[in-house]
Design a protein around this ligand. Structure first.
Ligand code: DNO
Length: 357
């Protein structure tokens, strides 16, 4: 496995590359051009500017998270082919700079959704939290909360400019059934696969988070069966997964270690995140330590190790600890602890295998 760390870019992240350099074993930065709107082409000079920053610290730039997919592609809108062409141009440009994996999602309207970005935990830290009863059919209450209570931060898809057009977006998606959304995803992937093979880029879909329908919107990548459907419908090694243990793991019925074992050779990018479930359907994000949550972090790491996983891995969402002021889930401290936990487990498994040191 190749250890990576997500970084939002110069001037856009409380964490610096110099900080990340001091975390043992991190060789890759997971990056993106965060100012780009879905559908825009990522130009060579813009990518080169990020490369120059990463080169200074000796980091690779093999993984992009995310090149976001335009709503016209998700809804088969009138400009879908144009935006697919633009996406392809971006992939070609990225490949010139050594990008191997592009993480993306196919969630309608919103990306991941939580009802509290700074929920207090008993140890005095805060973490991302999902309170089931707060997710109603109408998202306007949630939108109001995000606009007023989140200390200037938001979640992707919940930006104020986007929330201002929520009604129109819901109207567009109201004509897209779950089956149509699947078809639109396959159409997109089938158009991309020849280029991905030519450029050596894997498209690694991120699961829907949480992995169930919300606000009446269909969600596709939610469990083992849906992953199987995706991988068989477009049966190409470049149609790959970002296996996020915390997103899928929000549903206690998902057996994540089993899912990792089953699809290991199609996982290009592993997100290691732990969550704790409550009986009423709420869940909280917690530390990466296995015993602090319910997804089975140690068994997940063991499944990757047994599968000979040589893709990219990163700790996902940390808690906010030691008074750190940071993007929700994306501080330095708890993610660095997460990395050391994964490093420790991995090295121990190497030792037990009697092999590599
Ligand atoms: C959450 C992230 C997701 C992910 C996108 C991929 O923290 O893992 O927002 O980046 O869903 O497009």
């Amino acid at each position: 496995m190749k250890m990576s760390f997500r970084w939002y870019g110069e001037g856009n992240d409380s964490v610096s590359l110099a900080d990340i350099k001091q975390i043992p074993n991190v060789t890759e930065i997971v990056w993106a051009l965060h100012s780009k709107q879905p559908g825009e082409i990522w130009e060579n000079d813009e990518i080169a500017a990020v490369k120059a920053q990463l080169d200074e610290y000796g980091f690779g730039m093999s993984v992009v998270e995310s090149v976001n997919v335009h709503d016209d592609i998700k809804t088969a809108g009138k400009n879908r082919d144009l935006y697919i062409e633009n996406y392809i141009k971006t992939l070609r440009n990225l490949s010139k700079f050594g990008v191997k994996v592009v993480c993306y999602n196919f969630m309608p309207v919103f990306d991941w959704t939580r009802t509290d970005l700074f929920h207090p935990l008993p140890d005095g830290s805060t973490a991302l939290y999902y309170e089931k009863s707060k997710i109603k059919q109408d998202p306007s209450e949630m939108a109001e909360y995000i606009l007023t209570n989140t200390k200037g931060y938001t979640m992707p898809g919940w930006e104020s400019e986007r929330l201002a057009h929520l009604k129109e977006l819901f109207e567009v998606y109201s004509h897209v059934s779950k089956e149509q959304l699947w078809e639109n995803l396959f159409y997109f992937l089938r158009a991309l696969m020849p280029v991905c093979n030519e450029c050596g880029i894997k498209m690694a879909i991120h699961p829907d988070d949480p992995p169930w329908d919300i606000f009446g919107l269909p969600r596709l990548i939610i469990d083992e069966a849906s992953i199987e459907r995706l991988l068989t419908a477009v049966d190409d090694p470049c149609n790959a997964l970002t296996l996020c243990s915390g997103s899928l793991g929000a549903n206690p019925d998902n057996d994540i270690p089993h899912i990792v074992r089953r699809f290991c050779d199609r996982i290009a990018f592993a997100h290691i995140r732990n969550v704790k479930h409550y009986d009423n359907g709420d869940f909280s994000e917690v530390s990466h330590r296995d015993a602090d949550g319910d997804v089975g972090i140690i068994d997940i790491i063991r499944a990757y190790h047994d599968g000979g996983f040589d893709g990219y891995i990163r700790p996902d969402h940390g808690r906010h600890i030691w008074n750190e002021k940071c993007r929700p889930g994306y501080g330095l401290y708890d993610r660095a602890l997460g990395i050391m936990y994964i490093n420790g487990a991995w090295e121990m498994l190497d030792r037990l295998d009697g092999g590599k040191k």
